[in-house]
Design a protein around this ligand. Structure first.
Ligand code: HMG
Ligand code: MG
Length: 321
């Protein structure tokens, strides 16, 4: 069944074998802002997160409790969190180690994410550890969080390629995924940190994970859009049965390890596709786009999201009239 076009929304034409509902895990306030050159004032970050929740996003990664020298853009985590009171969404945060978990628990955080690389080079660059040392650092964090009934996600970075090492063997990724699940992570997020994945590669990794006993319902996907593949990769993952997709409002971000102006898959581009497929997300595209356009103004640069730009153009007054 199809529904005729609605202003600012795609025509709905469902297709077979896709889920009725997808959970969007919004990472703009964390992955997006950690990679922006501009350090955004704490009050603006708080308003951003409130507005994302008002647009219908129910999981919004808020910030990171990492070393402030490593990520100065998120050094205000302690000041930000109290300003998020009343936000009607889950607000997970990144914690690399026990110190990060202590800081998060002190503020009443109920959902955290640990992060490990599939490659040695990025493990060193991002956490100053080998892969095995990073896993060993995560293990007590996961155990302690679980004891406190705090939800834990495990990110795996560089699942599809690494800027120093090139292609990453699938078995190497699977080993880290298994280790994170075995230590108690409830969910995995497969990171294409530099945005080099293509759909066949995504399907090959998902199939191998299933083969090694990792069920699809424990897997989320986290695509960066460096080569314009994020949406294609997402569709492939959805066809495989993945139901959790990470995205960043307005396509915020970029990556210090990939010379690209684009960040994560833009949430608006994702919602446009899912709306068109008749897949429920709970997100109001108009409100979300207005929020990203506002944030682009705060950052002083246009949003890289195609959908944000197209919808902004569609609502511009006609110059010829
Ligand atoms: P290190 O230098 O090895 O730290 O960094 P250390 O363990 O030796 O400790 C040194 C000092 O830092 C100590 O203080 C600690 O207390 C302090 P001192 O005793 O010298 O006064 N310290 C901390 N302070 C505040 N908060 C903390 C903390 N931990 C130690 N949590 C460390 C190791 C993990 C701290 C550092 O490497 C770090 O903070 N890294 C974070 C990097 C990061 O946030 N990267 C971006 C997120 S990952 C990502 O974006 C990928 C993802 O999006 C998925 C994808 O796309 O692939 C998730
Ligand atoms: Mg990322």
């Amino acid at each position: 069944m199809t529904t005729s076009a609605r202003p600012g929304l795609p025509m709905v034409v469902p297709t077979q074998d896709l889920p009725p509902r997808v959970r969007i895990y919004e990472v703009g306030a964390r992955d997006g802002l950690q990679n922006e050159k501009t350090v955004v004032p704490t009050e603006i970050k708080a308003e951003f997160i409130h507005r994302l929740a008002d647009a219908g996003l129910t999981t919004i990664e808020a910030t990171s409790f990492v070393h402030p020298k490593w990520v100065p853009q998120l050094a205000d985590a302690e000041q930000l969190f109290p300003l998020l009171e009343g936000v009607d969404a889950k607000l997970p945060v990144l914690v690399p180690n026990g110190r990060g978990l202590d800081r998060a628990l002190a503020l009443g955080v109920r959902s955290v994410a640990v992060f490990v690389s599939a490659t040695e080079s990025f493990a060193h660059a991002n956490l100053n550890r080998t892969v095995d040392e990073a896993l060993a650092m995560s293990e007590p964090v996961v155990a302690r969080a679980r004891e406190q009934k705090v939800r834990v996600r495990g990110y795996v970075s560089m699942c599809f390629g690494d800027p120093w090492e090139g292609p990453v063997p699938i078995a190497q990724v699977v080993r880290v995924c298994r280790a994170l699940l075995d230590m108690g992570c409830e969910e995995l997020s497969l990171g294409d940190t530099i945005g080099v994945a293509t759909p066949g590669h995504v399907l090959a990794l998902l199939a191998e994970l299933n083969e090694e006993g990792v069920p699809t319902d424990r897997i989320g996907v986290h695509f960066h859009d460096t080569y314009g593949q994020a949406l294609s990769n997402t569709l492939a993952a959805l066809q495989h049965g993945v139901r959790t997709v990470d995205a960043s409002a307005g396509g915020l971000g970029g990556c210090p390890y990939a010379q690209s102006a684009t960040g994560n898959l833009a949430t608006e581009d994702l919602v446009w596709m899912l709306d068109g497929l008749g897949i429920e997300t709970g997100v109001d595209l108009g409100r979300l786009t207005a929020t990203s356009a506002w944030m682009a103004g705060q950052l002083g640069r246009p949003s890289p999201s195609r959908t944000v730009r197209a919808l902004a153009k569609a609502t511009e007054p006609d110059q010829e009239q």
